[in-house]
Design a binder for this molecule. Sequence first.
Ligand SMILES: [Zn+2]
Length: 359
Amino acid sequence: MTEGPAQFDRYRRQTILREFGVESQQKLAASRAVIVGVGALGCASADLLARAGVGTLTLVDRDVVELTNLQRQCLFDESDAIERRPKAEAAASRLSRVNSSIRIEPHVLDVTSRTLPRLLREAKPDVLIDGTDNAGTRYLLNDAAVRDTIPFVYGGVIGTRGMQMTILPDASPCLRCVFEEPPAPGTMPTCDTTGVLGAAVAIVAGCQAADAIKVLIGRRDLIKPTLLEFDLWSSERRRIDLSSMCNATARRNCPCCGKHSFEFLDGKHDDDAIKLCGQLAVQIGSTGRECDLDRAAERLREFTPKRVSPSLLRVSLAGERAESSGSLELSLFADGRAIVAGTADPARARGVYAKYVGA
Ligand SMILES: [Zn+2]
């Protein structure tokens, strides 16, 4: 479809909004958003932004669609899961049928300190949206957003709860102002060990998309420095006011936006996933953070993990197909290392580690 009155007709319910108007629609059409992680949150915010008419959407994900994704990842269907299509490509193909007048660029990519700078140089985002499932990538995005002054829309969901916060570098606190360090490996629940309620995804992605739109139409003044928390099961809502952290003096001790030490972007926390020679296995090198094996065993209990020794926990991940036969096997060491057996693909191993161990 081509640009023209018909295209703006498509957006009529949005342009007649008093808060929005035709001029905002034109700004949106000229804007670029990058969504890192096209899982539950990434699908939902990409869907909202594509329908709203964001001119260029870059969708980035390293993973493929699985049947267990369909409960909450709204851009995929059963045929995507059967074919195990890359999420970025499946989402792009679905959204290009929803809105053919915008550009959608899928990248099947593992976002690391090595790949992120080039991605951002090429995509030149006006806003960066968090659809990731792990703290390491999230802190990496926070570093890049602060360094390059790109508005960064954080969102997270787990269980029945969700959180959302929008970071306007130089004007509001960053992720590390609020949560200085990422959680140690194995200490936090993940969607794959705890589960996640689809409705919690929708509310967080809705907040993310609304803030992204405000940024893209030049209404940053509407974005409040707050951390929003929702529990969809207890119906509790919390709004934590962060306005006291907006001036530079209050943020001077933040390693990222205060001291400009971009450790995640500099690769100091890289996990160094390497294929093990002669084996169908990948080692995720120590990130320098110890893994609490007792807590990891508790989180992974549905897979009946085996405590091989005080320093080693091993678990067979039913549902994660190995490249040879059977399921992937994860060995977790107390020093923070892990070995994923059954794959030779470092990106897949890193994904499996993030899904089941976290951080
Ligand atoms: Zn900060």
